[in-house]
Design a binder for this molecule. Structure first.
Ligand SMILES: Nc1ncnc2c1ncn2[C@@H]1O[C@H](COP(=O)(O)OP(=O)(O)OP(=O)(O)O)[C@@H](O)[C@H]1O
Length: 221
């Protein structure tokens, strides 16, 4: 479904990726682990077409995407990918249900349909009654579940999650992962989740480690 081939990327003098190669199968839930600063987020951003590698290739569904221009990559992100970040990053001016509806509205769905579709996620993610709240009126775990609904509402082919439980206590984090994995499996979404928590990685089908900008396969002890 998605592949990085021998990807390198430096920020000025700082090499972040030095020949990263990775293949993610369709429907797979992959955990990307590794020490701080090893290149995990940079790799995720390359796979998602946010960053363009200096050298190497990124392929999605058989298509090379790193050579697309910014407009085409942006359309790809909007139409095919979903995102969840560490601190939800909900739009504070919008209600929870409007936040969830956003990807559908951006894709051209009519407002009434988008809001109805968004609302259907609230019961599913234990968010009943919170549709009208703004992000400042939600707990961390609630906000993260709203962000998860927003990441999945447009039925993306791939969900990219960067430390989705990083701001939560471990119990709340497990609840979010439980819901994330359940919803992704239900709709056949491929998931790439960056995490430093073994408890979170345990939800994945497979785990890889990024070390010094390269990807190594986790070896079971
Ligand atoms: N925008 C940027 N500008 C300059 N250097 C950057 C930038 N983003 C990342 N880096 C550097 O690239 C390297 C890899 O960073 P990256 O964020 O990918 O690591 P990470 O494994 O995700 O780390 P963490 O677990 O701490 O989030 C680090 O040395 C980092 O300082």
């Amino acid at each position: 479904m998605i592949e990085a081939r021998d990807v390198t990327l430096s920020f000025g003098e700082t090499p972040a990726l030095r020949g990263a190669t990775l293949t993610v199968a369709e429907g797979e839930i992959l955990a990307v682990m590794g020490p701080s600063g090893s290149g995990k987020s940079t790799l995720l951003h390359c796979l998602a077409g946010i960053l363009v590698p200096d050298t190497g290739e990124i392929h999605f569904a058989g298509q090379r995407i790193d050579t697309l221009d910014e407009g085409a990559r942006s359309a790809l992100r909007r139409d095919r990918f979903g995102f969840v970040f560490q601190f939800g990053q909900l739009v504070p001016e919008l209600t929870a249900v409007e936040n969830v509806a956003l990807p559908l509205l951006l894709a051209g769905t009519r407002r009434r349909t988008a809001v109805a579709e968004a609302a259907s996620w609230f019961a599913r993610l234990d968010l009943d009654g919170l549709q009208g709240r703004r992000s400042g009126e939600l707990s961390g775990g609630q906000a993260q579940r709203v962000a998860l609904a927003r990441g999945l509402v447009a039925k993306p082919r791939v969900l990219f999650a960067d430390e989705p439980t990083g701001s939560l206590d471990s119990l709340t984090g497990e609840h979010v992962m439980d819901l994330l994995v359940g919803a992704a499996r239900e709709q056949g979404t491929t998931v790439v989740v960056v995490t430093h928590e073994a408890r979170v990685a345990a939800y994945a089908d497979r785990e890889v480690i990024v070390r010094d900008g390269t990807v190594t396969t986790a070896v079971l002890a």
